[in-house]
Write a protein that binds this ligand. Structure first.
Ligand code: ADP
Ligand code: ZN
Length: 615
């Protein structure tokens, strides 16, 4: 491409960004990717959730003549994107099994006649001879392969149909392709490139940091109470996701949260498809709904104003943790990733792994992944540094936006404490769980102590200087670090491992983190008036807060009449700009980020009226 042409296409791209989307400037690598696509190159884009991947193919689709064919794995995703595109006045449609054949044929005709800018299709439909023939007869400007990690068996959402997409390169070698994913691990990336024949594509890798997410992992004490205190303090009105391991726990937690007065929906594979869909719909189309779910929930959720993701149980791996927490704060406004973590989590996850039917080499990899996650939970260093480092990215300075940065954790030479804790296990015959062992250490007389005459052993009472919680923390860390294991029968008895011997003999030192007990206590009580991690800043005055709620109500009303999610009308960030700038006329309204010409026409007056009435 000549330089003059490149400048021209960049102008066209920027003009489209401003007119259609109402945004001022490209973010990160968007400009480079879009230039490359407009010039007809192939691209592979690795960008975190919320990084702005959609514009990377939508803008070239609008600038290049012809229709862009977008492959997307889920009906819900297609519907959302098409809804959003229509709102900004773009001719877009989808073809999938949710349409009856008459509508499908009509859309095929529109493709052939060149009336659409973008057509979203499911992979299985794209590779049918009928559809490929249709494409031969039509003018196609590019192929976008969204959620490209679905092609990889390593990934979390493998879709065999994606493997067939390599056919595009063979049938349409001159049409540029762009594959996009938010999957951060190297193995999946390599897989995508190989399987989709993208060896020659230009690779664009963005940082996988999600700076607007605050990471917190706290020692589990009374998980439900801690969760509620967190939600009440920071997210009294916000939408969020709570992840649990089992269906039973999902149901129980959802009922409990609902009893506290929140709108809550459960989601897991045990619910029938219709209930699941209805619950997901309520979450997406509502304001401030909480979904309590197993990992079955999340793929295809691009609700941008999920303000928190909470884990009541440990995820499977760092990849899973990154993926699940990544659903928070897509819109770039502050959001929280919160997790309560305890000894029982380590035990449950390790047992699940042991009892899995997977072949030994897979088990070994999974074990490794779980251990990395446990290390992340136990770290005294910046969580973001540990997280990014796992994905091969270096963050030079601690982030200042995670719990260990905000409330630094002390570490101490825990060799003596470890010796005592391990000795208690040894001298009681490796038959008891932490509750009893802590009683032994602290010299607490109980019936059980009497029955087994454990007041007679040498370790009885040697740990009276530390609290129950502190000993609980020591045991959790010793299990996490592999000095102890917990028996599989489920009685929770601790056993020494081989690596415990040198510690017991005082030949090896152990560093431990000092769990911040004051912070744990505080986590059990709701605090007043804090809105950190909430989209509405804590500093909103009463009047502005009032306006903010009225604007949200107006948005919800407009969304309901059209049957679309509220964020498709305007994002929270746009409403917040309305609160800050209080535009009084369409010109000023049109200057706000997220207000393009089409949305100004449709909704400008409604929101201007709210502002005029309120202010
Ligand atoms: P991804 O698909 O990478 O998760 P999206 O394409 O959904 O991300 O974009 C995330 C959010 O950022 C969307 O709300 C989008 O409108 C917004 N966005 C994308 N690019 C820009 C930009 N250049 N300026 C402002 N907002 C943007
Ligand atoms: Zn940090």
């Amino acid at each position: 491409m000549s330089q003059a042409l490149s400048i021209k296409s960049r102008d066209a791209a920027l003009e489209t960004l401003r007119r259609v989307y109402g945004y001022d400037a490209f973010r990160g690598q968007q400009a480079g990717i879009i230039d490359h696509m407009i010039a007809g190159g192939d691209a592979m884009v690795l960008m975190p959730t919320g990084g702005g991947k959609s514009l990377c193919f939508q803008i070239p689709a609008l600038v290049r003549p012809g229709v862009a064919v977008v492959v997307s794995p889920l009906i819900a995703l297609m519907r959302d994107q098409v809804d959003a595109l229509r709102q900004v006045g773009v001719n877009a449609a989808y073809l999938n099994s949710s349409l009856d054949w008459r509508d499908a044929v009509e859309i095929e005709r529109q493709v052939e006649r060149g009336e659409l800018d973008l057509i979203y299709v499911a992979p299985e439909r794209l590779v049918t001879p009928r559809f490929l023939d249709l494409l031969e007869r039509s003018k196609v400007c590019l192929f976008a392969l969204d959620e490209a990690h679905c092609v990889s068996q390593w990934g979390h959402d493998f879709r065999p149909e994606y493997l067939q997409l390599s056919i595009l390169h063979e049938r349409f070698p001159t049409i540029p392709r762009i594959a996009l994913t938010a999957t951060a691990d190297a193995q999946t990336r390599a897989d995508i490139q190989a399987r989709l024949n993208l060896g020659d594509a230009k690779v664009f890798i963005d940082s996988f940091d999600r700076p607007n997410i605050t990471y917190r992992v706290l020692p589990k004490q009374e998980a439900k109470r801690q969760l509620w205190a967190f939600i009440k303090t920071h997210h009294a009105e916000d939408a969020g996701i709570v992840y649990c391991l089992s269906r039973a726990k999902v149901d129980e937690t959802a009922t409990w949260l609902a009893a506290q007065g929140r709108e809550v929906v459960p989601y897991h594979a045990g619910l029938d498809a219709r209930t699941r869909e209805a619950n997901q719909d309520r979450f997406i189309k509502g304001e401030g709904v909480i979904v309590v779910a197993t990992v079955a929930f999340g793929m295809g959720i691009d609700k941008p104003n999920v303000r928190f993701v909470a884990h009541l149980d440990l995820p499977k791996s760092m990849e899973a943790y990154y993926q699940e927490t990544g659903r928070a704060g897509r819109d770039g406004l502050p959001a929280d990733a919160w997790m309560a973590y305890g000894l029982s989590d380590v035990v449950a996850m390790r047992q699940m792994l042991e009892s899995s039917e997977a072949p030994p080499e897979i088990k070994r990899i999974e074990k490794h992944k779980l251990e990395a996650l446990i290390g992340f939970c136990e770290t005294a260093a910046c969580r973001r540094q540990v997280l990014l480092n796992y994905f091969g990215e270096v963050l030079p300075e601690p982030c200042g936006n995670c719990d260990t940065c905000l409330e630094p954790v002390e570490t101490f030479d825990g060799s003596i404490a470890a010796q005592k804790a391990l000795a208690a296990v040894y001298r009681t015959g490796q038959m008891f769980g932490t509750g009893h062992l802590i009683d032994v250490l602290r010299g607490t007389m109980t019936e059980k102590i009497e029955k087994f005459r454990h007041d007679q052993i040498k370790t009885f009472g040697v740990g009276a200087d530390m609290s129950k919680q502190e000993w609980g923390s020591v045991y959790r860390q010793l299990v996490a670090a592999g000095y102890l294991t917990v028996d599989h029968e489920g009685y929770g008895a601790l056993h020494l491992t081989k690596s415990a011997a040198p510690v017991l003999k005082g030949q090896q030192s152990v560093r431990l983190r000092r769990d911040n007990q004051a912070a744990v206590k505080k986590s059990l009580r709701a605090q007043r008036g804090s809105r950190s991690g909430s989209s509405a800043p804590a500093v909103l005055s009463q009047a502005d807060d009032d306006l903010w709620h009225k604007l949200k109500a107006c948005r919800l009303e407009l969304a309901r009449t059209q049957g679309v999610p509220p964020y498709v009308i305007f994002h929270d960030s746009t409403l917040l700009e309305m609160v800050r700038q209080k535009p009084r006329d369409p010109y000023r309204m049109g200057q706000l980020p997220g207000v393009g010409t089409s949305k100004l026409d449709r909704y400008g007056d409604a929101f201007l009226a709210v502002i005029r009435q309120t202010v």
